[in-house]
Design a protein around this ligand. Structure first.
Ligand code: NAD
Length: 295
């Protein structure tokens, strides 16, 4: 069992850290929110008074923070964790952030002799609690072998995507495709419905045909088709429009940095940003159906 510091105990980090405690690791946590820390104290973790204190003498530092600026703030600069760590600690940042910041932290870690992987996840709060997340890792093969030892206690699929930053690129590619096929699925279902087809029957037809995709399989966006999908529960998330809009912004940055024109990804982002601006940020991302319906 390992000594682990966990920084950032929000909707995702909280249940992930709890799973590490349950797996028998010695977990020391830090979050700016006392309430978030209290939840982990009750679950059996030690609570530190700063990220630096949490990371002292540990085998692994894990973080699950909102965006690139928070990750840079925690790791870089004179006050950052990398200034106090050495080769005995492996750093795994599981946040979804821009690939450029992930590469920058990866380079700073390499200069400090610290193993680093950007390790963003696929799967939401439910998968974090169930320990079934997918991790997409960017870093060296050596660090990946160390990362697997601990990520396996929070997830079931762990991929080595490439060098530092590659995890964030994989995540950007995946979520761009998710947005595109969700919007496409909504369009197909609404077009069928306006022609008198039952969305449930049309979904069965497309599931058995070449339009089959994840949105149809497990996340049908049409209310009433799939009992457990957010669409049948007034689009309660699930995966929020705010997060999808954020991820599509990151995907656009990745495309721009490699001079790639990604018309479908750009259109998906425009539609989600408009939907977000109309007050739907906290709703599930499958509620984009309502925008297409003109509601
Ligand atoms: P959240 O806002 O619920 O949690 C973030 C936590 O980080 C908060 O508790 C906050 O207090 C803490 N924090 C911020 N700055 C800090 C600092 N300097 N030191 C210590 N703690 C700090 O966010 P979340 O939903 O848990 O998401 C975290 C990351 O996971 C994001 O990058 C998000 O894009 C990604 N993600 C979220 C989901 C999801 O469904 N929620 C799914 C996949 C990936």
């Amino acid at each position: 069992m390992a000594n682990v510091a966990f920084i950032g105990l929000g909707n995702m980090g909280g249940p992930m850290a709890i799973n590490l405690v349950k797996a028998g690791h010695q977990v020391t946590v830090f979050d700016l929110s006392e309430q978030a820390c209290q939840q982990l104290r009750e679950a059996g973790a030690e609570v530190a008074s700063s990220a630096g204190e949490a990371a002292t003498g540990v085998d692994y530092v894990l973080s699950m923070l909102p965006a690139g600026k928070h990750v840079a703030g925690v790791y870089l600069g004179e006050e950052g964790l990398l200034s106090q760590l050495d080769g005995s600690t492996t750093v795994l940042d599981c946040s979804t952030i821009d690939a450029a910041t992930a590469r920058e932290v990866g380079e700073a870690a390499a200069a400090a002799g610290v193993g680093f992987m950007d390790s963003p996840v696929s799967g939401g709060v439910a998968a974090a609690a169930a320990g079934t997340l997918a991790f997409m890792c960017g870093g060296s093969a050596e660090t990946f072998e160390k990362a697997r030892l601990i990520l396996g206690d929070m997830g079931k699929n762990i991929f080595h995507a490439g060098p530092a930053g590659a995890g964030q690129v994989a995540k950007g590619c995946n979520n761009m495709l998710l947005a595109i096929h969700m919007i496409g699925t909504c369009e197909a279902l609404e077009m069928g419905a306006r022609n008198g087809l039952d969305p449930k029957v049309l979904s069965e037809i497309m599931l058995a045909s070449s339009g089959r995709n994840w949105s149809l399989e497990v996340y049908n966006p049409y209310p009433g088709v799939m009992e457990n999908a957010p669409a049948s529960n007034d689009y309660k998330p699930g995966f929020m429009v705010d997060l999808m809009a954020k991820d599509l912004g990151l995907a656009l940055e990745i495309a721009e940095q490699c001079n790639f024109e990604n018309p479908m990804g750009q259109l998906a982002r425009e539609l989600y940003v408009q939907h977000q601006g109309a007050g739907n940020g906290q709703r599930d991302f499958s509620s984009i159906l309502e925008k297409l319906k003109g509601q």
